[in-house]
Design a binder for this molecule. Structure first.
Ligand SMILES: *Cc1c(COP(=O)(O)O)cnc(C)c1O
Length: 228
């Protein structure tokens, strides 16, 4: 595989944005309510920089350590860059994550929620949180179970005072994602959460139809990833 070049990243971004606009129109939704989160995991800082040059500002990374290698300098150069953590967070990485990320989309257990509340209280840094829901109840996947979501949202929001504003899911690979998107949307509505992070390269248009406010797109922007 050849590394993505700046021109192809810019062209891909233009195309993904156009597809988002078309999906928003088809769903009768305001385009301003849909954020594109560009997922640059495994790609270098130069790829991120090409996306920044093309006007992209929301980015997602799934590993704290990898993000630490790319984003501190880019965030200094672009203070309006918003960085989302979209991979599982270990409590021993909470300090580093709070220092670097703006949105943590993978809040999924009380121990992590407590550690984040403690760290943000000590540092005064305010982050935004989405609760990850394991909509497919897959044993190997992170996220709270659907039946635990309401209680966990209430705990994080009311008892710990975390700014929980949305839900996030990654549907099972072999299932129709629409069912999972609909389930997540219902949960968000019930809990009065305005944000829904769902949809990736293969299914972001479907996610928009079901109310996604954040679509996480990697491959369609940066090209295929090398195996780790
Ligand atoms: C890698 C990743 C994405 C992007 O996936 P693509 O299929 O490359 O668009 C989205 N969400 C999460 C949680 C990811 O880990």
């Amino acid at each position: 595989m050849t590394a993505p070049n700046p021109e192809s990243i810019a062209a891909n971004l233009t195309e993904v944005r156009a597809r988002i606009a078309t999906a928003a129109r088809a769903a009768g939704r305001d385009l301003a309510g849909i954020a594109l989160v560009a997922v640059g995991k495994t790609h270098g800082a130069d790829a991120i920089e090409a996306a920044l040059d093309a006007g992209q500002r929301n980015f997602g990374e799934n590993r704290v350590q990898e993000a630490q290698g790319k984003f501190p300098r880019l965030k200094t150069a672009h203070p309006d860059l918003v960085l989302h953590l979209i991979g599982p967070l270990q409590t021993n990485k909470v300090r580093d994550a709070v220092a670097l990320f703006d949105v943590i989309e993978t809040l999924d257990r009380p121990k992590l929620a407590r550690a984040l509340a403690k760290e943000t209280a000590e540092t005064g840094r305010q982050l935004e949180y989405f609760v990850q829901v394991n909509t497919g109840e897959e044993p190997q996947k992170a996220g709270v179970l659907p039946r635990e979501a309401d209680d966990f949202v209430a705990f994080a929001r009311e008892e710990l005072g975390l700014r929980v504003t949305g839900l996030m899911c990654i549907p099972p690979l072999d299932e129709e994602p629409a069912l999972h998107f609909a389930l997540l949307a219902g949960m968000a509505e019930r809990n009065k959460l305005p944000h829904l992070s769902m949809g990736m390269s293969a299914d972001f248009e479907t996610a928009i139809r079901f109310g996604a406010t954040h679509v996480r797109v990697g491959t369609a922007i940066f090209g295929a990833r090398e195996p780790r």
